[in-house]
Design a protein around this ligand. Sequence first.
Ligand code: COA
Length: 258
Amino acid sequence: MIPEIRTDLTGGVMTITLVRPDKKNALTNEMYGALADTIEHAQQDSNIRVLLLQGDGDSFTAGNDMGEFAAIAAGKGPGERQVHRFLDALANSTVPIVAAVNGKAVGVGTTMLLHCDYVVLAQDAQLITPFVNLALVPEAASSFLLPLRIGHVRAFEMFALGEPLDAQTALAWGIANKVCANDQLRADARRMAEKIAARPAGSLSAMKQLMRDAEKLVSQMNSERVHFEKRLASAEAREAFSAFAEKRKPDFSKVAQQ
Ligand code: COA
């Protein structure tokens, strides 16, 4: 395991904590790999009855590491993109997943919640899907799952504008089960994870498989990947990544459409 991903198995609950608070828990290729390993392992280990995802510091996660996006856009990315393995593992998990979300959940930080089975938001949680602002497209099968969950017009607004969705609205729209006080988040999520872990695991796993069409989700992700990879290599995306690195607003007006 790597220091940025901490795991702890207690009482059948495998807690997975993102530990890169100085970078708002932005996810690197290495972190995706460790997350994928953990979720894949959980499918084989009967001691793991529930997975619980959380982030250290003031944010759940700022999504994909922007430096790595920029490197990929410049043709210098890693050979094997572990994010794909992570997303496939999420789609295929038959182990129930609980998420405890505080602060910002950006990009995959929000879209991974659509693969979780019980989502607790702290009052300060904000869900942000800035794919279009970054000249990208939604991933993690969210182009299918988000409209299905909240309806087309709300999903369009979230994707097209990338503006933060507050916790109460996310609850009202069915993205989360519960909103709690910031200082209660971990205890509330843990309590729920333990409750689920006490149920018969075989039954839960069969139920979860019946509720989710993993094959459809993986197929949607594969379609999204084709567009995502193309967009990552676009001049628009390069402008978006440079703007982030230079702490300025992107200017797409001079970038030719690709
Ligand atoms: N990748 C790499 N580093 C990131 C990051 C990311 N996705 N998100 C934040 N960071 C870094 C910042 O560069 C900054 O590093 P520095 O201290 O070395 O300058 C540090 O984390 C703190 O971020 P900052 O922007 O100062 O915090 P904030 O509270 O003002 O804003 C966010 C937090 C998450 C709203 C903002 O950082 C952001 O928009 N990040 C990009 C999110 C994103 O677009 N992700 C990709 C989704 S597809």
